[in-house]
Design a protein around this ligand. Structure first.
Ligand code: BG6
Length: 495
């Protein structure tokens, strides 16, 4: 089930998994949406973003992959349409010779049709012989209440937890064999996909922290002055204005992607790497985060500059929109490890560069001969050009006793030249197929994340906080520097 814009990521991910022979044998993929199109049109659409598939082996693989992709147009709210989908799947399963076909339903849909589709699938497309899984894409509601309502309805509909924990034999994205997956008896069945959890550097957080005691030992309020988690995109909402205006940057990025990163960065060590242990520790951190206060917020909206359109130049955006396309929010984790350390979650569209990173600034040296040296910083660059680097002070080489700033640098493409960094969706779809919930969002995580953001979102929706305009292609609103400085961030850290 797809709404248009995610096709650019999921089908290429499926194609890559296919090429790596990681899709279960006999898998068949059925696209389902309202748009009427024939098979060639569908194939053209889904393969538009395939990489390295125009000639040779790539082209061969593409042809073979497209052979297992079919399309079924249909409504989101009609039993007959889902029954037709079911018949199409049954036909494919029969032809594939599978006796216990399993089905994975992947829903990337607007929230207003989400529960109706989940109900239609449960009623008409549920495989009685095999196992069924459902993966959902954000937005998971608009606030705490709507998220709870949506999750509640989903739980009522898809209550057969055993379909997740007793996966035997074959699973299908409509068909095929896969390994058995074991889940704890109390594992929640309802899981959401947050593609940031599939990113290599986000997955690396657990290893960087708990695989390196020296790193983790420095992550606390004795050592750290402030933490910034930044998401910057150099393009606006072009073509998505209508959708975006309903949600805004905080629901689009901070409430999910950046708060997931925060919880992995701030949580205590899980007892094990099991899905439930990891997610319980993430929940423990989110529980300790206070709801965001008005004074800890800076929001902005981009205006036209250098021939680029302003946010409101999009015809689908209301002319009086107060929707933020930029936000800097300071969160406080009120526990023994982090109390007093500001976590600035900063995200914006139409900015000066593409960058997602975590930047931890350590405290200044307060006394002694090295007082006044630049601060240490630990940076984890999530994208582009994945890297972890630690900014240190070193002795100036030579006879003179001076210092200079330097980096201990782990840039992936230099250190791991031949390594292929998988796309986030590849990692997550594979986990869903294998029944591994650890990189998916549990419903209580969602609940706690919404608790942190809902009050401030309501204030913004009510127009109580005004956007500051910033130019397309700039760093964001002019008062950003002052905002960051207020929380101790040193921009010009001489590095
Ligand atoms: C999506 C947001 O979840 O993430 C988009 O809805 C954003 O607005 C996208 O562009 C960014 O994802 P990535 O993987 O390109 O950083």
């Amino acid at each position: 089930m797809r709404s248009a814009d995610r096709r650019a990521q999921t089908y290429p991910a499926l194609f890559n998994l296919y090429r790596l022979e990681l899709l279960p044998k006999g898998t068949h993929i059925v696209g389902y949406a309202r748009t009427k199109m024939d098979k060639p049109e569908f194939h053209e659409k889904i393969s538009a973003h395939f990489k390295d598939a125009d000639s040779g082996e790539g082209a061969k693989a593409k042809k073979a992959f497209l052979d297992i992709c079919t399309y079924q147009p249909g409504a989101y709210d009609k039993d007959e349409a889902f029954q037709e989908l079911n018949s199409a799947m049954e036909k494919i399963e029969k032809e594939g010779g599978s006796k216990n076909p399993n089905r994975l339903f992947y829903m990337a849909l607007p929230p207003n049709v989400f529960t109706v589709v989940a109900a239609g699938l449960k009623k008409n497309c549920y495989s009685e012989k095999g196992h069924n899984r459902i993966v959902i894409e954000k937005p998971f509601g608009k606030d705490l209440e709507s998220s709870r309502e949506m999750m509640g309805k989903l739980k009522d509909l898809w209550k057969e937890e055993e379909t997740f924990r007793e996966c035997q034999g074959a699973l299908r994205l409509c068909g095929g064999a896969m390994q058995r997956a074991e889940l704890a008896a109390d594992a929640p069945r309802c899981t959401g996909i947050d593609h940031y959890l599939g990113k290599e550097m986000v997955k690396n957080l657990l290893v960087m922290r708990f695989g390196n005691p020296v790193v983790d030992a420095g992550l606390n309020n004795k050592m750290v002055d402030n933490v910034q988690i930044t998401f910057k995109e150099p393009f606006g909402t072009e073509g998505r204005g209508g959708y975006f205006d309903e949600f805004g940057i905080i629901r689009d990025i901070q409430q999910n992607h950046l708060s997931q990163v925060l919880s992995l960065l701030a949580m205590e060590q899980p007892k094990s790497f099991s899905a439930e242990d990891i997610r319980s520790e993430k929940v423990n951190v989110l529980k300790d985060v206070a709801a965001i206060k008005k004074e800890d917020v800076l929001i902005g909206q981009y205006s036209a500059a250098d021939g680029k359109p302003g946010y409101k130049d999009d015809d689908t955006v209301p002319k009086d929109s107060n929707c933020p396309t930029f936000a800097a929010l300071t969160l406080w984790v009120n526990n023994a490890r982090w109390s007093g350390v500001p976590f600035i979650l900063k995200a914006g569209k139409a900015l000066d560069e593409a960058k997602v990173e975590i930047r931890i600034q350590y405290k200044d040296i307060e006394t002694g001969p090295f007082k006044g040296l630049p601060r240490n910083e630990l940076v984890m660059r999530i994208q582009p050009n994945e890297a972890v680097y630690f900014k240190v002070n070193a002795k100036t080489p030579g006879l003179h006793m001076g210092t200079l700033p330097a980096d201990l640098d782990l840039t992936y493409k230099e250190r791991f030249e031949d390594a292929r960094i998988p796309e986030a969706y590849e990692a997550l779809i594979l986990d869903a197929l294998n029944g591994d919930h650890s990189q998916f969002v549990r419903d209580d995580e969602l609940d706690y994340a919404w608790k942190i953001f809902t009050p401030i979102l309501k204030s913004i929706d009510a127009g109580e906080i005004k956007n500051e305009l910033y130019k397309y292609g700039s760093r964001g609103p002019a008062s950003l520097n002052e905002f960051q400085t207020r929380y101790g961030y040193v921009r010009d850290n001489t590095y």
